[in-house]
Design a protein around this ligand. Structure first.
Ligand SMILES: Cc1ncc(COP(=O)(O)O)c(C=O)c1O
Ligand SMILES: N[C@@H](CCCC[NH3+])C(=O)O
Length: 463
């Protein structure tokens, strides 16, 4: 069985009562390479395999639900990003998308840097051997204790997010006898075309300091006067799951304008700009993400052009992709439980996980696709909603999809593109046990984050 680049058939407008969905693929067994990691294929029996291992074997050994992460694909994406940006720029992987010690080691080996945004992420990064100078520390409300740890560890940069934080970091650095490299995160006033909850550069929200009204310029003024700080640049992150480069272009242009104002007022050319992460991936065949080299070229060109126009030397650029690296590298494997056909509506397929392992559908109305993984089938397509086992009717994993109508309890189904913001946002709702993450590579599979156990739950319950 082979992978197909274009499995989605023509759209049908006739079947659904609400929302939007793709018509059944011409071949429900086909795998769209846009949404699956590079080593996923079907074997001669039709079963899905990753890294050369068949899913039924994986399910037997590691159980379901579980996330299977294609290590070769992860490493290849790291290399694609670092090659695209080249030695004159820095790629920081955004650890919030998914972080574990194995991931930190892969990043280190592949030459990437790491963006962390909490004490927990910092600890994981340092514990797995990421050199502190390759770590950027983010967050809109870093605690004093987190700031102390970050400065004490010698992180390469702290991204300042508020006026209070400018003072806090300066104080801490002075007390520890350091001069901490910092960037200032600005909100550039861009409405990124993405879900409201994951857009971050419009002014009415909690992140950053607004360019508008001269606030960012004031933040620069203060940062430049404080002894404990070495202001190395300006940071902007406009949101997440964005396909349209226009928002990044506006953002780059406005950040460069601020650099020019800083040069005019202070006679200082800040050497770096960070344009954040947020590049979209394909969750379904309808999504059309950009390749890293296109993104690098487009951002590089605009920064160079704007800097030339402003008479500035081109600063060093950095970016912080999270989803675009880890998102496509993993899929979630579920076992089908109950199947409930609702006459004239759709069939509800319940799986052994749900919103506790993938909150994105409930939280952002995110769209996913799904395939029958343990076998192929030539049965007619049926319209399904894949739901979890939680006590919520919003507990939906895949809102609208087609699966073969001979689907039966015990079949394995796989949801692709769950590498980002699924395990990292997983919960214990209904005392669910968070699933393991299993890395698969060259015919070998190993647990990198183990499944939680009921003992883990009881251990925290000390009452
Ligand atoms: C500051 C910052 N950088 C990078 C990212 C990573 O975003 P993404 O995973 O969409 O690339 C985020 C999350 O949106 C962020 O807040
Ligand atoms: N967690 C979000 C994105 C936010 C990224 C971090 N600022 C998602 O799943 O899409």
């Amino acid at each position: 069985m082979s992978r197909s680049a274009h499995p989605a058939g023509p759209r049908h407008a006739d079947v659904m009562s609400e929302g939007h969905y793709t018509a059944p693929a011409d071949d429900l067994n086909a795998l769209d390479e846009k949404v699956w990691s590079s080593t996923v294929t079907r074997d001669e029996h039709g079963a899905l395999t990753v890294g050369g291992i068949e899913v039924s074997r994986l399910a037997e050994e590691f159980g379901t639900p579980a996330y299977f992460l294609d290590e070769a694909d992860f490493r290849a994406r790291c290399r694609a990003w670092s090659d695209a940006f080249g030695p004159g720029a820095d790629v920081f992987y955004a650890g919030k998308a998914f972080l574990s010690r194995a991931v930190v080691r892969w990043l280190k080996e592949e030459g990437l840097n790491l963006d962390v945004c909490s004490g927990g992420e910092l600890t994981t990064a340092l514990d797995a051997g990421m050199p502190a100078e390759r770590i950027a520390f983010h967050g809109n409300n870093k605690t004093v204790e987190e700031i102390e740890r970050a400065v004490g560890a010698g992180v390469g940069r702290i991204v300042l997010d508020s006026f209070q934080e400018i003072v806090r970091v300066a104080h801490t650095a002075r007390r520890l006898g350091r001069r901490q490299p910092v960037q200032i995160r600005v909100t550039v006033g861009v409405e990124a075309h993405t879900h409201e909850f994951i857009a971050t550069a419009h002014e009415d929200q909690k992140f950053g300091i607004a360019l508008a009204g001269g606030q960012a310029a004031e933040a620069v003024r203060r940062a430049l006067t404080l002894d404990g700080l070495e202001l190395i640049g300006i940071h902007s992150h406009i949101g997440s799951q964005i396909f349209d480069m226009a928002g990044f272009e506006v953002s780059a242009r406005r950040v460069v304008q601020l650099l020019a104002e800083v040069r005019d007022e202070h006679g200082v050319e800040l050497p770096e700009i960070d344009l954040g992460g947020g590049l979209g991936i394909a969750y379904t065949s309808e999504d059309d993400p950009r390749e890293p080299h296109e993104i690098a070229k487009s951002l590089g060109d605009i920064v160079t052009r704007e800097c030339e126009a402003a008479g500035l030397a081109t600063p060093r650029i950095s970016v912080e992709p999270g989803r675009a690296i880890v998102g496509p590298t993993a899929f979630t494997l579920y076992e089908v439980g109950t199947i409930k056909p609702l006459e004239g509506l759709r069939t509800y397929v319940s799986v052994d996980g749900g919103m506790s392992d993938n909150i994105r559908t409930a939280l952002y109305d995110a769209e996913y696709s799904v395939t029958l993984a343990s076998r192929t089938s030539d049965a007619e397509p049926m319209l399904v909603r894949v739901v979890g086992k939680h006590c919520e009717s919003g507990d939906i994993v895949v809102k609208d999809a087609f699966l073969p109508s001979d689907l039966a309890p015990g079949d394995l189904i796989a949801v692709p593109a769950t590498g980002a913001y699924c395990r990292s946002m997983a919960s214990n709702y209904n005392h669910a046990l968070r699933p393991p993450v299993v890395a698969v590579r060259d015919g070998a599979a190993r647990v990198i984050v183990r499944r939680e156990t009921e003992e883990d739950l009881l251990r925290l319950d000390v009452g």
